[in-house]
Design a protein around this ligand. Structure first.
Ligand code: NAD
Length: 478
């Protein structure tokens, strides 16, 4: 018996959860259920996080959480419960299988069967944003070695456990050489531990285009948070319907399982919603807790139900579907087919699944870190970059000298183009004269001098080398 926490959520949530639990129980899932309340009611009671302390305790105690979609009220500073749950519980891996069910569910991609494994905690989703000048705001993209290692190892271990042949990495490291470059480098390094699995890397733009056009060319895709967010919805949609896909959010301690769609408030209370997405989430959950036989039984009965043309309104199609059913009738139809396998669709076999056991992250020794300069960011309203160049060059107090000025990353001084559009946000890169080492105190005196000259410094970034390798990128055009 495994104790799990469930939340019925909002909109169509209660109906699809009840239908899902009925199927789980009829299939003999060995689970005991604790129910918590999250979502709209909790938000509207004045709790901006949408979840109470008691509910958190329950989720953390049981460690396995099956969640129906919730409605985040518009406006009013309500925080997305999904993002909070993923980050608070360290659910670093988002796993979303996207499979087409041709010819029973309409799709342009009859042989699609891929899994997207999305990093779930870092990247631009750290939500660290600042307005820096009148014209410019920034959002910090944070990528860490442990973050990359955990998700990439997860992807390879997943491929191994589920008999997948290839893992594809999507990144944009031709542009973001440090951050996406790290993700790609870790992919190459960890990939060496899995010689039996094919590996490839695609730049995200053309990779996403290829995936939308020829999804059958992919097997497991591992990628960063933002790219994964976008491509996983595309993949679910082109497989046939976002209403059919479930996802797992996996951490070292806890895991959360859900449908990928929202609470569809307009369909609530009418017994019309398709419970398949949440049921797919529940199948991922059963595999996670080692109840593979039950997962397999439900999955095959679900495929047989779809194959028999028993469809909810969202996938109902004349000449393909045979019977249009509501939420509960659909669940009953699955229950009636427990023990059966599909005839046309490929039946499912879950072997030795269970929560993946990953090697814990081990921090490596520190690199030799050397301070070699500083990027000083200014709010400067002037238009003539030569004027700024002269002002900056007049800062002479120490061993640092101006190396370049960029605007939105593009080098504009020295030798800039008059065609380059400039905002009021400037980066002035100072580097040590003759490649000497820089002391922190020199940075402070440089800032003091800049301040005395009336320059509006809005932030700085230290420039380091790690084991002699630059830990910063060149200016574009440099
Ligand atoms: P949605 O996914 O709820 O609905 C999009 C469309 O798909 C609608 O036409 C809806 O009727 C249909 N649909 C969705 N699920 C279906 C199902 N199971 N069966 C049949 N049809 C289905 O997206 P939305 O309308 O953008 O969002 C509604 C609410 O859901 C918002 O408050 C949003 O914040 C929330 N939301 C929650 C989650 C979550 O809890 N994981 C995810 C996404 C959106």
């Amino acid at each position: 018996m495994t104790r799990i926490t469930i939340a019925k959520g909002d909109g169509i949530g209660p109906e699809i959860m009840d239908a899902t639990i009925k199927v789980l129980e009829a299939a003999g899932a060995q689970i005991e259920i604790d129910e918590i309340e999250v979502g709209e009611k909790v938000y509207l009671s004045g709790n901006t996080s949408g979840i109470s302390k008691e509910a958190w305790s329950m989720i953390r105690k049981n460690k396995v959480f099956l969640k129906a979609p919730i409605t985040t009220p518009q406006g009013g500073g309500y925080k997305s419960l999904n993002v909070t749950t993923r980050k608070m519980l360290g659910l670093y891996a988002n796993v979303r299988p996207c499979v087409s069910l041709h010819p029973f569910v309409d799709t342009k991609h009859p042989v699609m069967d891929l899994v997207i494994i999305r990093e779930n905690e870092e990247d631009l989703y750290a939500g660290i944003e600042h307005q820096q000048t009148d014209e410019v705001v920034q959002c910090l993209k944070l990528i860490s070695i442990p973050g990359c290692e955990k998700i990439i190892r997860y992807a390879f271990e997943y491929a191994k456990q589920y008999g997948r042949k290839k893992v594809t990495c999507f990144s944009k490291d031709n542009i973001m050489k440090q951050s996406d470059g790290l993700f790609h480098a870790v992919f190459d390094e960890i990939g060496n531990d899995y010689p039996e699995i094919d590996k490839e890397h695609w730049i995200i733009d053309i990779g996403a285009a290829k995936m939308a056009d020829t999804p059958e060319a992919f097997d497991v895709i591992v990628t960063l948070n933002l790219y994964g967010d976008v491509i996983s919805d595309i993949a679910a949609q082109i497989a046939g319907s976002v209403g059919l896909a479930g996802s797992a959010n996996i951490g070292e301690e806890c895991a959360m399982f859900e449908a990928i769609h929202g609470s569809a408030p307009r369909r609530a209370g009418q017994n019309v919603a398709n419970p398949s997405g949440l049921l797919q989430g529940a199948i991922l959950m059963l595999n996670h807790i080692g109840q593979n036989e039950v997962a397999e039984k439900i999955h095959n009965a679900w495929l047989k139900t779809l194959e028999d043309g028993v469809h909810t309104y969202d996938i109902y199609k004349e000449n393909v579907s045979k019977q249009k059913v509501g939420t509960y009738q659909f669940a009953e139809a699955i229950i009636a087919r427990l023990g059966q396998k599909p005839n046309t669709l490929k039946s499912i076999k879950y072997n030795n699944s269970g929560a993946l056991q990953l090697k814990p992250y081990v921090r490596k020794g520190s690199a030799e870190k050397e301070l070699v300069g500083m990027d000083v960011f200014l709010h400067w309203k002037g238009m003539d970059v030569e004027e700024l160049g002269q002002l900056i060059s007049s800062i002479t107090s120490n061993n640092l000298e101006i190396n370049m000025i960029t605007n939105r990353g593009i080098k504009v001084w020295p030798d800039g183009f008059k065609e380059t559009f400039c905002t009021d946000h400037w980066r002035c890169r100072f580097k040590a004269k003759n490649g000497k080492k820089v002391e922190k105190s020199e940075l402070l005196s440089l800032l003091t001098e800049a301040n005395q000259k009336g320059l509006d410094v809005i932030k700085t970034e230290n420039l380091y080398t790690f084991n002699g390798k630059a830990g910063f990128s060149l200016g574009q055009g440099q």
